[in-house]
Design a binder for this molecule. Structure first.
Ligand code: ATP
Ligand code: MG
Length: 275
């Protein structure tokens, strides 16, 4: 992917301003400075050579995933490839037999998921990612449970990013549309003010228009300096917004390159993107 020195003028995402709203998200987290080139200090997240599974048999085999600060990394691959398992491993929900995970240079391999949240990881799992009987606002408050400070400002930032949630703040999350529920799930993860946001199939079951909209919001989040690690079934569209792409097959890295390079690779296109 060609990188523009201006992070606000990159070639990611939907350019229809009626959808992306001029002026940006209003998330006033610190913005990333300078270029989107790899940090000489190493990637913000480095999950190196992860090997492990749920029982005796390994699902992941030497799986490596890296995300630079403020960039979007996308994992694609067939059903059962181990994409969700890799996300769980990064988040500390899976005991690894081999490999290690570092966040901002710190080895966090031994930390629990709760401790990883405290270190700046936010995770939106593939299933059961909202509390359906709780209101939108209560779901967001649940996201802030680790915080001891005033989280009202962050909630306002989430509402600025997803204005429909402000309108529906008193409504039960279970009554919302699929796309709105995914917004609640992403918003809840943002309530912990993560430095790395991990999303497992955030656009599952939503229409193409809602998918585009959600991807645009994810780009806005990345522009504030938050790193994104995302699993996606909508491989082609997701690689279009990806700085870095990973094709996983049977728990192992099959192809790793920039999103643009993977989209242009004839083998990747034929085998994983439907031609
Ligand atoms: N909790 C579990 N216990 C045992 N095996 C599991 C568990 N979760 C997943 N698996 C197995 O691990 C393998 C990888 O599953 P995983 O859910 O990581 O794949 P995936 O790439 O996320 O698939 P999908 O695209 O369907 O979401 C599969 O063979 C699956 O059956
Ligand atoms: Mg999965």
């Amino acid at each position: 992917m060609t990188r523009s020195p201006n992070p606000y003028q990159d070639d990611r995402g939907n350019k229809d301003r009626s959808i992306t709203r001029a002026g940006g998200a209003g998330l006033d987290f610190p913005e990333r400075g300078g270029s989107a080139l790899p940090d000489p200090g190493g990637p913000f997240l480095a999950a190196e050579a992860m090997t492990g599974g749920y029982g005796a048999a390994d699902i992941l085999h030497d799986c490596t995933l890296r995300v630079e600060k403020g960039q979007i990394a996308v994992i694609v691959g067939p059903n059962g490839a181990g994409k969700s398992t890799a996300m769980k491993a990064v988040f500390g929900m899976l005991k690894l037999r081999g490999g290690h995970v570092t966040l901002d240079g710190e080895d966090i391999t031994a930390l629990s998921p709760q401790d990883r949240v405290a270190k700046g990881m936010g995770f939106v799992p593939q299933v059961a990612n909202v509390f359906p009987s709780m209101s939108v606002e209560e779901n967001l408050e649940m996201g802030a449970f680790l915080r001891r400070d005033d989280f009202r400002t962050t909630m306002e930032q989430v509402f600025d990013l997803f204005p429909i949630l402000r309108d529906k703040r008193r409504q039960a999350a279970g009554e919302l549309s699929g796309g709105q529920r995914q917004q609640v799930a992403v918003g809840r993860a943002l309530m912990t003010q993560p430095k790395l946001l991990m999303l497992d199939e955030p656009t599952a079951g939503v229409s193409p228009i809602v998918m585009d909209e959600l991807f645009d919001r994810i780009i806005e989040v990345a522009r504030t300096g938050i790193s994104i690690l995302m699993v996606e079934q909508n491989a082609r569209q997701a690689l279009e917004i990806a700085d870095q792409g990973y094709v996983l097959v049977q728990g192992a890295n099959r192809y790793t390159d920039t999103g643009a390079a993977l989209l242009a690779d004839p083998d990747v296109r034929r085998t994983f993107l439907g031609g």
